[in-house]
Write a protein that binds this ligand. Structure first.
Ligand SMILES: *Cc1c(COP(=O)(O)O)cnc(C)c1O
Length: 426
């Protein structure tokens, strides 16, 4: 086959995958997003996965379930969240900037949309107990709150290192009635916490539901989490078109990828809208210095799915770094790997330093303290705005920055921005 023929048949394949995505045909029956996704779990878990999959495809389209979910989203989570016209950032950047305010949800980040949705689902399929993993503790807090709300016992696995680093969130989980189990195996951070949560689930696959916190893991999780988070994009699109029109570009930060897929999903078919995911560029491009899975990774299998992944030449999963704990993960959801492969979403990075600058700028210009994770999206949007004057830009503000005060304290505010006193957070 000539190079030209190969190129054009690849382009045709990508176009077909995009139309499959837009038409709602992905993930397919095997849980695949093109070459990515799937369900790589121990045999002993397959009955639990099948039961969950059956429940997901039965309940998500069910009117009574949706009504119950919407009640919780309105009354308890605080939806719809505001769309804020960012006049200060707009003036500074020479653009028209809008912020989708997931920071205003109950518990302070988008994670609650998924936690309450999965909690309701778990109860409906007869689960009597919830297990969850958490890294920085944001998903653990959301899961603990949702379980308290729904009267379900909740066990949260958290790496020992994170238990020490994120003490206030451990206290929050305890007060919300959850049991927090420190994980002492492996790297003692998020990756080990996921392993332990899966191990727990294997021992009681019928009575326990694993409440996974991002659009990662085996099928049906990437699909389930996308469906529960896509309320972000549905609201944002309706709000923005009512007040201004369609955006030229949409930005979101990407850790596992749940807030980004939630914001992007509604816009995937609008091919005039540029979609940009911003990963954690950390301290630099070398393996181990960042958490930029799509920018620097290779395909592989982790936590039940085939997706892009950061690993070394011996196949060992790489330890990652980001100033924002929520982006500090060596994998990414399989749908993002597909969106990158077919060129529908651009994935770029923002460094620790750019994210810290973006926190300062958003505070000064808008009176909003964004989460360090969300600040990566702001930093990516700022760079894009410089090359696209006057553009209308929608940014997903995934969470509030109050949780980051212990880290931000190391970077005191100066008149020009922030000044580093300690070496970048580890
Ligand atoms: C956890 C978290 C993220 C990263 O998770 P995604 O699944 O990639 O969205 C981003 N922002 C905030 C505020 C978080 O708490």
């Amino acid at each position: 086959m000539s190079t030209n023929t190969a190129t054009s048949s690849r382009a045709a394949g990508h176009a077909r995958l995009l139309s499959d995505l837009v038409a709602g045909r992905l993930p397919d029956a095997r849980g695949r997003f093109g070459p990515f996704g799937g369900c790589y779990v121990p045999e002993t878990l397959m009955p639990a996965v099948h039961r969950l999959t059956e429940g997901v495809y039965r309940l998500l389209p069910d009117e009574a379930f949706q009504q119950r979910l919407n009640e919780e989203l309105q009354d308890w989570v605080g939806r719809p969240t505001s769309l804020t016209r960012a006049a200060g950032l707009s003036a500074r950047w020479g653009a028209e900037v809008w912020l989708k305010r997931e920071d205003l949800t109950h518990t302070g980040a988008h994670k609650i949309n998924n936690a309450i949705g999965q909690g309701l689902l778990a109860r409906s399929i007869g689960a009597e107990r919830i297990v969850a993993e958490t890294g920085a503790g944001q998903h653990g807090v959301a899961a603990a709150a949702a379980c308290a709300r729904l009267g379900l016992p909740c066990v949260v696995y958290m790496g020992e290192v994170d238990v020490e680093r994120q003490a206030p969130n451990v206290d929050r989980m305890h007060r919300l009635g959850a049991t927090v189990v420190p994980v002492t195996s492996g790297d003692r951070t998020l990756r080990s916490a996921v392993n332990e949560a899966i191990r727990d689930w294997v021992t009681d696959p019928v009575g326990t539901h694993y409440l996974l916190g991002s659009a990662v893991g085996p099928h049906p999780y990437p699909y389930l989490v996308r469906e529960l988070q896509s309320v972000i994009g549905r609201e944002a699109k309706a709000q923005l078109t009512a007040r201004a029109g369609m955006p030229d570009a949409v930005f979101a930060c990407v850790g596992g990828g749940s807030n980004a897929i939630g914001l992007f999903h509604e816009f995937i078919g609008d091919e005039d809208v540029a979609l940009v995911g911003v990963e954690a560029g950390g301290r630099g491009g070398a393996l181990g210095e960042n958490s930029a899975t799509l920018s620097g990774g290779r395909p592989g299998v982790l936590h039940g799915a085939h997706s892009m992944l950061l690993y070394d030449d011996d196949g060992q999963i790489q330890e990652t770094h980001s100033v924002s704990a929520g982006l500090d993960y060596p994998g990414v959801g399989p749908e993002h790997s597909l969106l990158q492969m077919i060129g529908r979403v651009d994935y770029v990075t923002a460094s620790d330093e750019e994210a810290l600058d973006a926190v300062a700028e958003c505070c000064a210009a808008e009176g909003i303290l964004p989460a360090l994770e969300s600040a990566h999206a702001i930093a990516g949007a700022r760079r894009w705005a410089a090359e696209n004057p006057g553009a209308r830009i929608l940014i997903g503000l995934s969470g509030r920055g109050d949780k980051d005060m212990p880290i931000l304290r190391r970077f005191p505010v100066t008149s020009t921005g922030v000044e580093e006193t300690a070496h970048a957070a580890s």
